[in-house]
Design a protein around this ligand. Structure first.
Ligand code: SF4
Length: 410
């Protein structure tokens, strides 16, 4: 269930059923304006809705006004511990300020910040980190780390409410994926405010993406979470944005640019699919529409698995085929498959999103497909389809069409 409350970060709505917002954080020294602005433009181009910048020094706060004025997307100032910097960030026009009230120097200092934020109508992000829980929760942290996190977050929320400030979202960060899931599930039951999700210090591009996909994906699939940030150990913040979008697109929560579907390949592959998929992925970056494009390594399984794709290709040794929404368009030599695929896609857009089919070429392609398709082959896709059908059907394991073909590795 989405949060009850909604906030507005520089025109991007967060919570209350708004689309899950993608955010990231610049990795540059904030005061280095050319580097920071270049990175902000890169993440905006990759699809970030909001960007956060670190403001640990006076000179970073001074750079903020320029950054806010020049940024194509709303800017959150991350000040963490220093309430003077929070006040400066608010005055510089930051669209939101992130702070952890538990370690900013007491409720009086938090009150100064909330008073200024109220005057300016600026929202705050408040939160807790598993690594810096208040001293009175240390014992609980040993026995129940999830409850310790949730208690710290609820205490923060109560402090904000005592200060008569409700224009905020909440984050609760842990390096543990199970704790992130359990804590956010619990917190979502207890507070009405928007939740910022992230797995803190998730790791490298590879492991961090997987941890984030599991942790954030599980919560988002439950309907929990209003904005997400993927934390990866890379200088290229746009990579975080791409991973965030993959998670949202996989869950069909938001659309953003083309979707590429590619088979996993197997021993039936007869052409250099790695290169073809990489090239298709690279060229699809030039398209903003959420078009679905599929690449199948062979036609042994027909094109049924990619029936829903707007366009696709399937190849064999010398020849391949282009298809659209499950219907062949034409066959082309394998080395021209990618060029011709994109020629078809461009024709589709030029015709106002209409597929132009030449019936003679389509008939040739159908004949080629019939020659290459092996309807008896138990391909990975067919096995998966058979297993799915068997799982849906009543009866026991012995009724499975693939029973007896299973084996167990010992
Ligand atoms: S059988 Fe399936 S997985 Fe194997 S190459 Fe063909 S389409 Fe790809």
């Amino acid at each position: 269930m989405p949060s009850e409350r909604q906030i507005d970060v520089g025109g991007v709505r967060i919570g209350g059923g708004a689309p899950v917002a993608v955010q990231t954080m610049t990795k540059t020294e904030t005061a280095d304006l050319p580097a920071t602005m270049a990175q902000i433009h890169r993440v905006a181009e990759a699809g970030a809705d909001i960007v956060r910048v670190a403001v640990p020094r006076q000179k970073d706060a001074e750079a903020l006004a320029t950054i806010v004025a020049q940024s194509p997307i709303p800017v959150i100032a991350d000040i963490h511990f220093n309430h003077t910097l929070a006040l400066k960030a608010l005055d510089a026009g930051a669209h939101c300020v992130r702070l952890n009230p538990g370690n900013i120097g007491g409720p009086d200092k938090v009150a100064e910040v909330t008073a200024r934020a109220t005057e300016l109508g600026t929202p705050l992000r408040v939160g807790v980190n598993s690594g810096s829980l208040p001293a009175h929760l240390r014992q609980l942290e040993y026995s129940d780390p999830v409850e310790a996190l949730v208690t710290a977050a609820v205490e923060t929320v109560e402090l904000m409410e005592r200060l008569d400030f409700e224009n905020f979202k909440v984050s609760m960060k842990s390096t543990s994926v199970p704790n992130t899931i359990a804590a956010n599930r619990r917190l979502a039951q207890r507070i009405p405010y928007p939740l910022h999700l992230g797995v803190t210090e998730a790791g490298t591009k590879w492991s961090g993406s997987l941890k984030s996909a599991v942790g954030l994906g599980t919560l988002l699939a439950d309907g929990i979470g209003d904005t997400i940030r993927i934390s990866l150990s890379t200088f290229h913040a746009e990579e975080e944005v791409k991973v965030a979008w993959e998670i949202l697109r996989a869950l069909k929560l938001r659309e953003h640019g083309p979707v590429l579907i590619a088979c996993p390949t197997c021993g039936r592959l007869q052409f250099d699919m790695d290169t073809v998929v990489a090239e298709v992925e690279r060229r699809l970056r030039d398209y903003a529409d959420p078009i679905e494009v599929s690449v199948l390594g062979c036609a042994v399984n027909g094109i049924g698995e990619a029936r829903h794709a707007d366009f696709g290709i399937t190849g064999a040794k010398d020849m391949g085929m282009i298809y659209s929404r499950g219907e062949p368009l034409r066959k082309v030599p394998t080395e021209r498959l990618v060029d011709e695929l994109f020629a078809e896609i461009d024709r589709y857009y030029a015709a106002g999103k209409v597929v132009r089919r030449d019936e003679t070429q389509a008939a040739e392609a159908r004949a080629w497909l019939a020659d290459n398709e092996d309807v008896t082959a138990l391909t990975p896709e067919r096995l998966a389809a058979l297993e799915a059908a068997a799982a849906d059907a009543p009866g026991d394991e012995l009724a499975s069409p693939v029973a007896g073909r299973r084996f167990v590795r010992s």
